[in-house]
Ligand binder design. Structure first.
Ligand SMILES: C[S@@+](CC[C@H](N)C(=O)[O-])C[C@H]1O[C@@H](n2cnc3c(N)ncnc32)[C@H](O)[C@@H]1O
Length: 296
């Protein structure tokens, strides 16, 4: 080997070692606040808090930490039927023995009904106030009504026997063992693209081989030259009253301050993280619903 190619090889190996180290630190890093029903919050620090790690709470969206906003959250968001999301998991073999993690679970619009269908559902959110709302809802009759659109009232345990709440985030939560499914809706856009890839890679690491990721989010299915037209149409169909839904001002703020990305950037991110897309659909070129399978 010539001296020049030897130097090139050493540089390439050094680069790979550094990348592996950084990824290893990200995967190892874990700072989870565990909430058990009826118990105090327990700080559980594992690993190293790297100085370059994203502050997930600072990126969570101030409104998601605000009890007043959270009290009106379900009415503003509407009550999405969980049936299609549950069916996406069951079609790929998940059942009453499966464990599903809901990342960015919010008030539990998916986690509560899913807790009645799957063996164990872990609702994870960085916002303590969101988790408090979820737990209050899971424990009362109003929560049953809001969450149980899929029916099955006969078996309805409030919140489902297997529902757990854990305070943590995309970049910090770890289930401690392989799970069968991960669900996340309207939450991944809280982090910039670099962190989305890290988050997706961490999700792949949580799943068993063949495990399922169901990802729904505001994702832009158009080219940059179409942004004006698509956003104009979006704003034209927005709610007038902020209590009843998202207004044009809400959408504009989302575009300005949060991190929704393009479909043609997100799909390579999913592949890089180790997922195959089994099914995808888009609503009005603005909202994507993905069912992905962990490869390998
Ligand atoms: C728009 S809400 C969606 C809630 C729920 N998934 C739903 O569809 O009803 C976004 C949620 O993501 C949570 N969140 C924001 N950043 C997060 C992060 N880095 N990790 C986990 N959850 C996060 C917020 O606290 C909030 O509850």
């Amino acid at each position: 080997m010539s001296k020049k190619s030897h130097t090139g090889l050493v540089a390439a190996l050094t680069r790979m070692a550094l990348q592996a180290h950084i990824l290893g630190q990200i995967i190892l890093f874990s700072h989870v606040l565990i909430e058990l029903p009826g118990q105090a919050v327990v700080a559980d620090d594992r690993g190293v808090d790297e100085m370059w790690m994203l502050d997930e709470l600072a990126h969570a969206g101030a409104e998601h930490l605000d009890e007043k906003f959270i009290a009106g959250f379900d009415r503003k968001q509407g009550y999405p039927d969980p049936a299609a999301d549950i069916a996406a998991f069951t079609a790929l073999g998940l059942d009453g023995t499966s464990t599903v993690v809901d990342l960015g679970a919010g008030t539990g619009q998916f986690a509560i009904p899913a807790g009645r269908r799957f063996g164990r559902v872990i609702a994870v959110d960085v916002s303590a106030a969101m988790l408090a709302a979820l737990r209050a809802k899971a424990g009362d009759k109003a929560g049953d009504k809001a969450g149980d659109k899929a029916g099955d009232k006969a078996n309805a345990t409030p919140g489902g026997a297997g529902l757990e709440c854990v305070r943590g985030g995309f970049l910090s939560y770890s289930p401690g063992g392989p799970v069968d499914g991960v669900y996340t809706r309207n939450a991944l856009h809280q982090v910039p693209d670099f962190w989305k890839v890290i988050a997706l890679r961490r999700i792949a690491d949580m799943l068993r081989p063949g495990g399922v990721l169901r990802l729904l989010d505001l994702v832009f299915d158009f080219g940059p030259e179409e942004a004006d037209a698509v956003f104009g149409d979006w704003f034209a169909h927005a709610a007038a009253n902020p209590a009843d839904g998202y207004t044009a001002a809400d959408y504009a703020e989302h575009i300005r301050t949060e991190y929704s990305t393009f479909r043609w950037l997100l799909e390579p991110m999913l592949a890089a993280a180790g997922f195959e897309i089994a099914d995808v659909s888009y609503e009005r070129r603005l909202h994507g619903a993905y069912t992905c399978v962990k490869v390998g």
